[in-house]
Design a protein around this ligand. Structure first.
Ligand code: 5RP
Length: 255
């Protein structure tokens, strides 16, 4: 059966990122449908080329997928070093700052990415935005006292440069969704985030907020896949904080 345009794009981005993988690497394996494509293509390449790679999963869902596909895994605490993490994103901007956590895995994803020499994001064109914030920003919250934490987040948002301020508690099949780490997720419906680094720092300063889905200055590159199978690679400029559209980019379109 032919792939949908969205799957074609995700698979193209994943195949391109797979070219960065070398025999013997330890890889952080992201979570979500795009990251799932990467894990599937990685498994196929490992079998075809008989290369050995060790994965570090960023969620229980990715553990199950990797195990099903025969990709060997180690826990983060059992690896000394991660060469590269390949993960999806819900949004990325021209600074390569990200919103992540649509799959409720942002905490493990951030810890694994922060432990990696390089984070490579794989995405389709729909994830590229001029300003972060149309996608509701997930934040991971300790369950103890969560309604107090919600009030503190609401007060914080009143003083922040955002367009919307609604906070929803993410639900699963039986009430509030509980993450792999035993926390709740709040989704912040902000519309537009004027200053992502300032918001990320302010959220992290609230007791009860474990982490936000804002990944600031973490992605080294974004590989964008298109429905026609072509890809584009945007690498982080050397000076952190410089918009990528103001510097020479490594842009690469291939068939
Ligand atoms: C999970 C994530 C995902 O990477 C993000 O939600 C993108 O998912 P998809 O590739 O399915 O669009 O952050 O927590």
């Amino acid at each position: 059966m032919p792939l949908s345009p969205a799957d074609q794009a995700k698979s193209a981005a994943s195949a391109r990122a797979l070219q960065l993988v070398e025999d013997g690497m330890t890889l952080g394996l992201g979570t979500g449908s795009t990251a799932g494509w990467f894990v599937r293509l990685l498994s196929e390449r490992m079998k075809r080329e008989r290369i050995h790679v060790t994965g570090v999963a960023t969620s229980s869902a990715t553990v199950w997928l990797a195990q099903e596909l025969g990709v060997p895994l180690k826990k983060l605490e059992d690896v000394g070093h991660i060469d590269m993490t390949v993960d999806g994103a819900d949004e990325f901007d021209s600074h390569l700052n990200l919103i992540k956590g649509g799959g409720a895995a942002l905490l493990q994803e951030k810890i694994v990415a922060a432990s990696s020499a390089r984070m490579v994001v794989i995405a389709d064109e729909s994830k590229r935005v001029a300003r972060l914030g149309a996608f509701p920003l997930p934040i991971e919250i300790v369950r103890f006292g969560w309604s107090s934490t919600r009030r503190a987040v609401a007060e914080l948002l009143n003083g922040m440069d955002v367009d919307g301020r609604e906070i929803t508690v993410r639900t699963g099949s039986a009430g509030p969704l509980v993450t792999d780490e035993g926390h709740y997720i709040f989704d912040l419906h902000l519309g537009r985030i004027g200053d992502p680094p300032a918001l990320a720092a302010a959220l992290n300063a609230i007791p009860g907020v474990v982490e936000s889905g804002l990944f600031i200055d973490m992605a080294a590159a974004v590989v964008i896949g298109h429905a026609d199978g072509t890809t584009e690679v945007i690498e982080r400029p050397v000076a952190p904080g410089t918009p990528v559209d103001q510097v020479e980019l490594m842009r690469n379109r291939d068939a």
